[in-house]
Design a binder for this molecule. Sequence first.
Ligand SMILES: Cc1ncc(COP(=O)(O)O)c(C=O)c1O
Length: 371
Amino acid sequence: MTQELSRSTWLEVDLSAVQHNFEQARRAVGPGVGVFPVIKANGYGLGAVPIAHRLAAAGADGFCVARLEEAATLRHAGIQHPLVLLSGLSQGAEEGVVALNLRPFVFDPGLLPSLSRAAGRSTVALFLKVNTGMSRLGMATTAVAAAVAQARTLPGLHLLGLVSHMACADQPDHPENDRQRHCLQTVLTQNGLTGSQVSLANSAALLSHPDNHFSWVRPGIMLYGASPFFPARSGQQIGLRPVVRWSARILQVDALPCGAAVGYGQAFVTQRPSRIAILPVGYADGYNRLLGNRGRVLLAGHSRPVVGRVSMDMIAIDVTEAESVAVGDRVTLLGSDGEASIDVEEMAAWRGTIPYEVLCNLGERVPRFYV
Ligand SMILES: Cc1ncc(COP(=O)(O)O)c(C=O)c1O
């Protein structure tokens, strides 16, 4: 690491933890069920390419992405596994799907003819996506029969099977989960697709009920060490290993008198003579502005509060109670430091969001190191 990086902010991504979490998914579904890690949005912010290489070596059956560009990045990095396009086939994407050899979720049967034309003399493998209750992409159950017939007759198309997505899987006891699963089962039976490649489960669904597994599963958030359940439990409580540690080095330490204001809007005023340290991390790095006067960091294994507003490139922390503190000391914003830790669920709760958003918002300018 260069001197400059060592004085700034960086993320460490533990690929062995990602692999462990993948193996937890594999164990949960058992043999015979495909595991296709979801590495869209640059692997939930942590780096799709290194994660894909690691999980390919660990036995992933394929990968799921959301966009053509994400698939292209993986193909250019040498990933030859099946790639599923979760956000589906949109108008104008047909050529790209063929060129990158992707398996799109087709939610609009009206695009099957243009996909067939784009295939030319090659064959595109595809899934039909059916709406079983989420109403976010997916054809109506009543449209499936005609779509199956079309996908089977148009040249260049190979129908792999049917997929759907659960709306309430993060709450395993929610009655909608059983209802959606039964709806999918009915559509499969009615259309003679029970033996096809069927997928319903994300992380929460695959961990909560074996009936959700069908032929292949699509774990995302659990790979990155966070619990998929709501209200959030810690990923560690369900056997997952944390994947990310976010660190920064102190830029400045200032001794301030009682009554000194800190940061924009003077939103924090010292109530005693204080030592305030400045960290080179702000909302441009993904440290959300809502964490002003609310977030906490770890310094030498002790929790210290963020004081004042979060600015674009900096935050202030109150280190008055720290035994010793100096410019260049390492501070942990996310992850563990000795016995203490700030997990992604905790940071999400501070700002009223979910772990997914915390990870996806980690700023592009924060360098990632893979350990
Ligand atoms: C269609 C689909 N399947 C699977 C996943 C993975 O979900 P999770 O990260 O909750 O495991 C997602 C993520 O949003 C998705 O959109």
